[in-house]
Design a protein around this ligand. Sequence first.
Ligand code: F6P
Length: 342
Amino acid sequence: MRVGVLTGGGDCPGLNAVIRAIVRKGVQEYGYDFTGFRDGWRGPLEGDTVRLDIPAVRGTLPRGGTILGSSRTNPLKVENGIRRIKDNLAKLDVQALVAIGGEDTLGVAARLSDEYGVPCVGVPKTIDNDLSATDYTFGFDTAVNIATEAIDRLHTTAESHMRVLVVEVMGRHAGWIALHSGLAGGANVILIPEQRFDVDQVCAWVTSRFRASYAPIVVVAEGAMPKDGDMVLKDGSLDSFGHVRLSGVGEWLAKEIESRTGKEARTTVLGHVQRGGTPSAFDRWLATRFGLHAIDCVRDGDFGTMVALRGTDIVRVPLAEATAKLKTVDPKLYAEIGVFFG
Ligand code: F6P
């Protein structure tokens, strides 16, 4: 049996650990052959492949990024996209596909499996941790550690200059990175996409922090929105899944804070630093377990499923269900940490 593997969407630390586990178990235990597809769905769409065997995955466990490359190509938006994928899989004798991705990549895998009869298994990845069927996605823990270290460092420079430091982190629709890193880093304000914020309230927290003779750290998710405004966009461009590019809310907020409080403010945008580099030990562990279970789904012919973490168990859930709804921050959880604001 020949199994295809692809990684789609924004990359994240741990992708190579999944690929390595799939290949190691697939070759050693089940005698499978593998074909790597380059750059997400672009690979099967254009028949662009890369050798994938045990030597190809050696030494990749601690490496960030993905040895297969990634893209946000949406084959459902390409003329004859499904037909081209099916023809290329048949030509390459690939009988099953493991798609490692977030909501968009796995949404395509769900439709290919359920509507077009392409046998797919999904593995959830995203630093945003916003897939509802799994307790955690790999990549999130690494991103939170990077953001927390940045916040720790920003505390000392903020205090030397008695300035406000606004830290913008990733998180388009879900504030998980902001919430976890903000709490771990002792931020004084945490703003998430799920709850619109009041700039006057933010300024009141900032002022009260200065009153206590400390410099405030404000953590804001890139998708957070003021009460009477919209998401701040980088530019008007859309990717092929229809997502706008975000970033800029941190800069905007720092200016508002300066003009309303008279205190100096600076912004740090962490951006893709959160997605790069070596995965944390937890992400290596989770990614490896996802890979081992994904290849078991292939062996069992359990297609149209995604592997997911529930507690400490890896379970299988229908791909269509897993991609139907995003996992966002519960208002009760957000309220719980409000005691640290200001
Ligand atoms: O989906 C993960 C993510 O990192 C989001 O948090 C962010 O908005 C987006 O990807 C950035 O995408 P790109 O790298 O394509 O600009």
